[in-house]
Design a protein around this ligand. Structure first.
Ligand code: PLP
Length: 478
């Protein structure tokens, strides 16, 4: 039975170890792998079989007991407490679903993982505790009252007009983009933008070039579309063009993801010329330029040239909150109508009331003040993390470019990244690894340490725990 649990457990990729074990056991019970009154392995045995700590297994058993899945008897062991009705038990020999080739391509990516909140050091989380909830709620209620049925019907697949216009104004002013409201498309997420672009612009086998290391969400969207993804190396100026032809190139010129390196003006001009000569598209993911702490980031690539072949995209997941599900894309006029039609086939449009609320939030100046406050808050937290690294963690990790963003990328100077990440997870620390951001063998190991959602106290505590772990596990020449 431990073998079946091992297989189920290895398929769980979301969440911490305790959560993954809880999901595994729930799944084993509801699918009939574990039957009513069946005895589970002892926590010691299961911990050994799944390479977990006994504390994790004990915690999972205790949680499932409180949820009613398990019953524990002192001295006798742990037993399944739920009896499935006979009809709910799936026949054990039922074949799995048959997926399409496209479906298999999507599944092979492993999916995208979103960060839990707040959790040291989950990457990419804004501080939701500092969000002006009341103000947002007030605006939303006002708009619901004043707009009534106008925000209850179907909407424009390209987005709610006042939001498109507010986003165009904001991007022109703060990012130097050249766009009209008609060129702004409102989507649920950057991920949807990438998926939509892949659907519309790529045939299976088309070449897409991506930065290496780079954002896995982008790679997943293009792989899912059957594209041939090629990795571009970076030098001090940014991504270096490859030989050959690509239909589409994904770039993060503001701050390279994950290193934080800004792309030089010369390299930007080189890419613009390359895209023109090759009739290729450049996707500019402007994912965190709002959060800069030392100097303003260079204006967007999209605005550097009139009629460029740049498609810029960004998200409100970090600047407002992730469950809002609002993002934007600025596209050349020739793509607007096609994107509207393609969006109507996918999911129609984004919900109208949140779009109206976001539009008012931007137009009334709340967005600018919120960003100003968050920039100050995250700046002080970035400084706190840098100071902690300097005093406690220097023998083992070294920060890379730290000028902006919600996380700090650090290089691991000694020790094994995968092993240390696992050990950290056992003590409740989440260390997002750098290696999976490489499609080819990783040239650098390290972590992206999310700091923006953590208070200084939480940062200090997490750094102390990381120091204890590294001092115990890694030999260094101190
Ligand atoms: C480079 C980059 N692009 C896009 C996103 C995600 O945006 P969304 O939540 O809108 O898909 C992230 C999230 O961490 C990111 O790091």
């Amino acid at each position: 039975m431990s073998h079946a649990l091992f297989t189920l457990f290895s398929r769980q990729t979301q969440g911490g170890l305790r959560e993954r074990l809880c999901s595994t056991l729930r799944q084993a019970i509801v699918s009939g792998h574990l039957r009513y009154a069946e005895k589970l392995p002892s926590s010691r045995q299961l911990a050994r079989d799944l390479s977990l700590s006994r504390v994790t297994v004990e915690a999972a058993y205790a949680q499932l007991e409180s949820e009613g899945y398990l019953r524990r008897h002192a001295g006798r062991g742990t037993f399944v407490a739920i009896a499935l009705p006979p009809t709910a038990r799936p026949p054990s020999s039922r074949p799995g679903p048959r997926f399409s080739q496209r479906g298999l391509q999507v599944l092979a990516t492993g999916g995208c993982q979103d960060p839990p909140f707040p959790h040291a050091f989950a990457a990419g989380s804004p501080d939701l505790r500092a969000f002006p909830h009341r103000q947002w709620q007030r605006l939303s209620h006002q708009l619901q009252r004043s707009l009534g049925s106008r925000v209850m019907g179907y909407g424009d697949p390209l987005g709610y007009a006042p939001l498109r216009s507010a986003v165009a104004d904001y991007l022109a002013l703060s990012r130097g983009m050249r766009c009209t409201a008609q060129q702004v498309v409102v989507l649920t997420s950057s991920q949807q933008a990438l998926q939509l672009l892949a659907l519309l612009l790529l045939d299976p086998g088309d070449e897409v070039w991506l930065e290496e290391p780079g954002y896995p969400g982008a790679r997943n969207a293009f792989l899912a579309a059957g594209a041939h993804c090629r990795a571009m190396r970076l030098d001090q100026q940014g991504a270096v063009p490859l030989q050959g032809h690509a239909r589409l190139v994904y770039l993060t010129p503001g701050h390279h993801y994950p290193s934080g390196l800004p792309m030089s003006p010369e390299r930007r001009l080189q890419w613009l010329a390359w895209a023109r000569q090759n009739s290729s598209w450049l996707i500019e993911d402007d994912y965190d330029s709002e959060f800069h702490y030392d100097e303003r980031p260079a204006p967007a690539l999209q605005g550097m040239e009139a009629d460029s072949r740049v498609i810029a995209l960004g998200t409100f997941s970090k600047t407002l909150f992730p469950s809002l599900r609002l993002a934007w894309m600025v596209v050349p006029p020739s793509l607007v109508e096609a994107l509207g039609r393609a969006r109507s086939v996918l999911d129609g449009h984004s919900a109208l009331l949140p779009q109206a609320t976001a539009a008012a939030f931007l137009q009334q100046g709340h967005f600018a003040s919120h960003l100003r406050l968050m920039r100050q808050l995250y700046h002080s937290r970035r400084d706190c993390l840098l100071a902690q690294i300097h005093t406690r963690l220097q023998p083992w990790i070294r920060p890379l470019h730290a000028a902006g963003g919600l996380q700090l990328t650090v290089e691991l100077l000694a020790g094994d990244e995968a092993q240390l990440t696992q050990q950290a997870s056992d003590i409740g620390l989440l260390l997002p690894r750098l290696s999976p951001l490489y499609a080819t063998p990783a040239r650098q190991s390290g972590w992206m340490l999310g700091f923006a959602a953590l208070t200084p106290g939480e940062i200090v505590t997490a750094c102390e725990r990381l120091e204890t772990l590294l001092a115990r596990s890694v030999q260094t020449r101190r």
